[in-house]
Design a protein around this ligand. Structure first.
Ligand SMILES: Cc1ncc(COP(=O)(O)O)c(C=O)c1O
Length: 454
């Protein structure tokens, strides 16, 4: 019997296929050899739980990858996808349309509220980011400012893996193998993570708003007339839940507006209820010009992303001649019928169950639970906002990242808990349906893991 068959992951007839072992799948963002020596397989999911092939329930502390906001395999969403697949399997979005795409767009802009008026669909967060960057370039060009081609990102920002997102992103490891091929005109703000000032802050730190002033320095260096957009995650997720200092985003907004630079928020993680309101910008009180979403848009059931544009951006493109394509950009699967159906159903579930506000209601409980880990071995910082949280561990001498990686593996095998790690930071972001008792379980299990780590 081969590896997967032994683990009972697949139906017997599939597992019996001689080629069906672990070798052919080149896994993304994974230590492939380590994984294949110690596989962590998920065979099904329901509500707050994954189940391994042997049927072991794994409490999902991460909503998959920050994305299964409505909880797993929710019936209304599953049914909507099945019905869409049987009714309209595919419809081109180039020069054609289907009703669900328009209905979804109207509902989404209503959820975002003024000044947002347009939604452009993609299949992922990475594509949403690259689309937003192209939209920014096209917008300036349409208004006669085609020299604005520079982007400003931020250190420790994650904006996906397209060449645009990678270039504005600020994670060295994601860039270095491709560094000769990144976008040429990009600069970066400093990140806002500072343990000396902000360790164990609950919610937004009071220290750090001045870091936004660095934008003025970059504007002096490059000249505002060359800068198309500044892009940041309102809360940096992938590099370990870096919560924006109070006043920081406000400053970015003020400076960008003053210089005619677009402000893009990458809300791939923060949108759809993660930090308390439907969108992160609503919770944080700073309105960008464009923002990107994906993940929670349909509780991650079908690949989908989108860019929201405020009034005035779409209109700038509409100066093109009648019958001319105004924006030369799009994907075969933009507004795919299954994705639209799943998003409409997810919005129904979110609304019926109040899930887009639930992170706000649970934030205090989550914060207290998470901060109860202060004092556990090697914990050097804890931070939180909405239903996002991170526990930063001291790195092991000579082996950065090893301690949190081990925590992830131990949590899975020994505590039936799914957590994420990035460097030596453990990150958690449970589905928005999480119960307080399940938050307690997550924290108890994580505490036991921390006590067992060297
Ligand atoms: C802020 C942010 N932007 C972009 C992305 C990329 O999204 P995707 O993996 O769907 O391409 C992610 C993924 O985690 C993200 O967190």
């Amino acid at each position: 019997m081969n590896d997967i068959a032994k683990m009972g992951a697949l139906a017997p007839e599939a597992a019996a296929h001689p080629d069906n072992d672990l070798s052919a799948f080149w896994m993304p963002f994974t230590a492939n050899r380590q994984f294949k020596s110690q596989p962590r397989l998920l065979a099904r999911a329901e509500g707050m739980y994954y189940y391994t092939p042997e049927g072991r329930p794994i409490l999902d502390g991460t909503a998959g990858l920050w994305c299964v906001n409505a909880g797993h395999c929710r019936k209304p969403i599953v049914d909507a996808i099945a019905q869409a697949a049987a009714t309209l399997d595919f419809a081109p979005a180039f020069q054609m349309g289907h009703p669900a795409a328009f209905e979804l767009s109207s509902r989404l802009v209503a959820l975002a509220g003024k000044p947002f008026s347009q939604v452009f669909y993609t299949n992922s967060g990475s594509e949403a980011v690259d689309s937003a960057l192209k939209m920014a370039l096209g917008y300036h060009r349409a208004r006669g400012e085609g020299q604005r081609t520079r982007f400003i990102g931020r250190e420790r920002g994650y904006h996906g893996v397209g060449f645009g997102g990678m270039s504005v992103g600020g994670i060295g490891g994601n860039r270095k193998a491709f560094s000769g091929a990144l976008l040429p005109s990009v600069d970066h703000l400093p990140h806002t993570h500072d343990l000396a000032h902000n360790a164990f802050t609950r919610g937004q730190p009071q220290w750090g708003a001045h870091l936004a002033d660095e934008l003025e320095r970059l504007i002096t260096l490059h000249d505002a007339s060359t800068i198309a957009a500044v892009i940041v995650e309102p809360v940096a997720g992938s590099t370990g839940v870096l919560v924006p200092p109070a006043g920081y985003l406000e400053k970015l907004r003020e400076i960008t507006s003053r210089h005619g630079i677009l402000l893009i928020f990458d809300e791939v993680i923060t949108a759809f209820g993660r930090i308390g309101k439907p969108f992160g910008f609503q919770q944080l009180g700073v309105v960008p010009d464009l923002f990107t979403v994906a993940k929670g848009i349909n509780s991650a059931t079908v690949p989908m992303g989108a860019v929201f544009a405020r009034e005035g951006i779409y209109e700038a493109f509409m100066n093109a001649p009648q019958n001319a394509i105004e924006f030369f950009h799009g994907y075969t699967y933009s507004a795919h019928p299954l994705a639209c159906a799943s998003a409409l159903a997810a919005l129904d579930v979110y609304e019926a169950e109040g899930l887009l506000e639930r992170a706000g209601e649970l934030a205090g409980y989550w914060e207290n639970a998470l901060h109860s880990l202060r004092g556990e071995p090697n914990v050097i910082d804890i931070r939180n906002i909405g239903l996002m949280g991170a526990v930063e561990l001291a790195p092991r001498a000579g082996a950065p990242g090893a301690r949190a990686f081990e925590a992830h593996v131990k949590a899975f095998f020994e505590e039936d808990l799914m957590i994420r790690f990035t460097g030596d930071i453990i990150a958690m972001s449970p589905p928005l349906i999480v119960q307080k008792t399940q938050i307690d379980q997550m924290i108890e299990r994580l505490a036991r893991v921390l006590r067992r780590l060297d």
